[in-house]
Design a binder for this molecule. Structure first.
Ligand code: SF4
Length: 319
């Protein structure tokens, strides 16, 4: 996760819930990718350390358990750059240039000068992030599949060039996570500011929900609504379960409840669901988070240095 700000509901339903569950089956590494964030934030990096702490706080408050999983900040494990450098040597330029997620990021992070050497190489750094821990699997959404395929191609090339299967080819762990749109019906994004943060207060949540876009044809209470084109309804579908979803459909299509009341109920529901996360966040002091990250970096470095010892030997680099 890139530390470019506080995490929001989209991260919670699209990634964190799944990551929490994966801890029951896998030995997981959860990385705060500050070097990746620096690729877009290099002109104004002043909030980087603070953002990393906030992301770690959101991880743990959401249920990632640092006793079972390794939670760490990328820049505290220098081996990521070392392996990225080596992968960069053997990755044909055309492979990174054609990467669709690279092109998508260029579009999404508009307003920043991203035609840099570092940014072009971010899929290679990402391949190193995965391979360094010899990951068997990576939880991804469909849109990230081409990216993971590039990692698989790079490690395959490495293994074949040096005649040893140092790295497994990571498999995608596909999960059907719901996609939550932003409050304005656009893609939920930190840069659009159209999200509810996990740390938002009940007052802020209520204010943000009030601004959500509803069915434009429903002006008066007596107007029958079309929930399927309303972002408020999509949030009920995600957070309220099937019964609640049917109730809202009934209020809306039957013109039984107005949009103001409907939004109030949604704000209440989201506030209730975020309450345990908010409480746990409060209890996580900066000192506690730093301790977790220090411990995580130590465990990550142990695994990373074992991998790099083997890589260095294989490449005949000076011991
Ligand atoms: Fe959307 Fe609810 Fe209004 Fe229907 S009643 S348009 S679901 S806010």
């Amino acid at each position: 996760m890139r530390p470019t700000g506080k995490l929001h509901l989209g991260h919670l339903v699209g990634a964190l819930h799944n990551w929490v569950n994966l801890q029951d089956t896998y030995h997981c590494f959860y990385m705060i990718a500050d070097w990746h964030a620096l690729m877009s934030e290099y002109e104004k990096p002043s909030a980087m350390a603070e953002n990393s702490l906030e992301v770690a706080r959101d991880f743990i408050a959401s249920g990632i358990d640092p006793e079972r999983s390794v939670v760490f900040v990328q820049s505290q494990v220098p081996e990521h750059l070392e392996l990225a450098m080596i992968f960069g040597d053997l990755t044909p330029l055309a492979w990174v240039e054609r990467c669709p997620t690279y092109k998508e990021q260029l579009r999404e992070l508009s307003g920043r000068e991203l035609t840099t050497y570092g940014f072009l190489g971010y899929p290679v750094l990402q391949a190193a992030d995965i391979a360094l821990y010899r990951a068997d699997a990576v939880p991804v959404g469909v849109d990230q599949l081409p990216h993971l395929e590039l990692t698989r191609e790079i490690v395959r090339r490495f293994n074949s060039l040096y005649g040893k299967k140092v790295f497994p080819e990571p498999e995608p762990l596909m999960t059907s996570t719901p996609k939550l749109l932003g409050l304005d019906n656009r893609k939920m994004s930190k840069s659009y500011g159209n999200f509810i943060a996990l740390s938002d207060t009940p007052e802020t949540i209520a204010k943000k929900v009030t601004q959500m876009i509803t069915d434009p044809e429903r002006i008066r209470l007596a107007d029958k609504g079309h929930p399927d084109i309303c972002s408020v309804f999509s949030y009920f579908s995600t957070f309220g379960g099937a019964v609640m979803q049917e109730d809202v459909r009934d209020w809306c299509e039957g013109a039984k409840t107005g949009c103001t009341e409907c939004k109030k109920r949604l704000a209440h529901m989201v506030t209730e669901q975020l309450a345990p996360i908010r409480e746990r966040r409060k209890a996580l002091t900066d000192a506690k988070i730093k301790e977790v990250l220090h411990h995580g970096a130590k465990k990550a470095r142990e695994a990373a240095s074992q991998t790099m010892d083997e890589v260095r030997k294989l490449l005949h680099l000076a011991a």
